[in-house]
Design a protein around this ligand. Structure first.
Ligand code: ATP
Length: 246
């Protein structure tokens, strides 16, 4: 039991959720390594949402609201860390959830679907009747009415190859990745350099707010966004935080 007074309570609780996810068969053991890498970058960012990340979250929410067929991809880490929150976002932007795993097994996919259903997820794509071109068979499996035909895909924690394959299919890809240097971060059209545990609730809040705006306003917000600049700012944010620690 981690006491609430522990200075790194939040971070340690997040770690516990991932360990629980592995025990339940939702998260892969490789997911533990991804979590460790994420924690290291979160430390460098000061374990907070930067104003630049917050802006990317707002743009991403606008993109999901304007999309015709948006889909939210869920992997084992997301299912363990933010299951209720990702269902909330799915409802706020009216985008189905699809379990989409790098280390794919049918058993783990089914456990994630069951887990999300048990928490109230209603809008899900669960078929595996299509393949993303250009990647190895098991990792390419998707739902023809989900990720395969989506115009905008949110991929919290994706690997670089699959992110590129989705972009190559002509999709707009929004990634959440604490590492601004990862291949995923570099290839997505919108990269949110923030922890999923903070990013998803922020996006839902923005979706609720922006849902009341007109289309022109959302389009203006999206047009003004430049992911190259956004990633450069994320690297600056790390520098600034490190400089403040000296
Ligand atoms: P790529 O193939 O894109 O270069 P990678 O090989 O580094 O990525 P993985 O090892 O699969 O990718 O790690 C997943 C990525 O997710 C890492 O960049 C890590 O920083 C990030 N990450 C891990 N946990 C979180 C989290 N809770 N929130 C946001 N990002 C995270």
């Amino acid at each position: 039991m981690i006491p609430k007074s522990h200075p790194r309570y939040e971070s340690l609780m997040t770690r516990e959720k991932i360990v629980e996810g592995v025990k339940k068969g939702i998260t892969s053991t490789q997911g533990l390594i991804a979590q460790g890498r994420g924690e290291a970058f979160d430390y460098l960012l000061g374990e907070k949402t930067t104003p630049d990340a917050l802006h990317a979250e707002k743009v991403a929410a606008a993109m999901l609201l304007l999309a015709k067929t948006p889909v939210i991809s869920v992997n084992g880490n997301v299912a363990a860390l933010v299951p209720e929150e990702i269902i909330g976002l799915s409802e706020a932007v009216n985008a189905p959830l699809e379990a989409n795993l790098f280390y794919r097994t049918e058993d783990r996919v089914n456990k994630i679907i069951k887990h999300l259903h048990s928490l109230g997820a209603k809008n899900m794509r669960t078929k595996t009747d299509a393949l993303i071109p250009g990647i190895e068979h098991e990792r390419a499996k998707v739902d023809s009415s989900g990720i395969f035909s989506a115009d905008v895909v949110l991929v919290p924690l994706e690997d670089g190859d699959r992110c590129k394959a989705l972009v190559d299919m002509g999709k707009t890809v929004i990634a959440i990745d604490l590492n601004p240097l990862s291949r995923t971060a570099q290839c997505a059209q919108v990269t949110i350099v923030d922890n999923v545990v903070r990013a998803i609730p922020n996006m839902t809040r923005f979706a609720d707010e922006l849902g009341r705006s007109d289309k022109d306003e959302l389009e203006k917000l999206i047009k003004g966004f430049d992911n190259r600049k956004n990633l450069a700012k994320a690297i600056d944010d790390i520098f600034k935080h490190l400089a403040s620690c000296k």
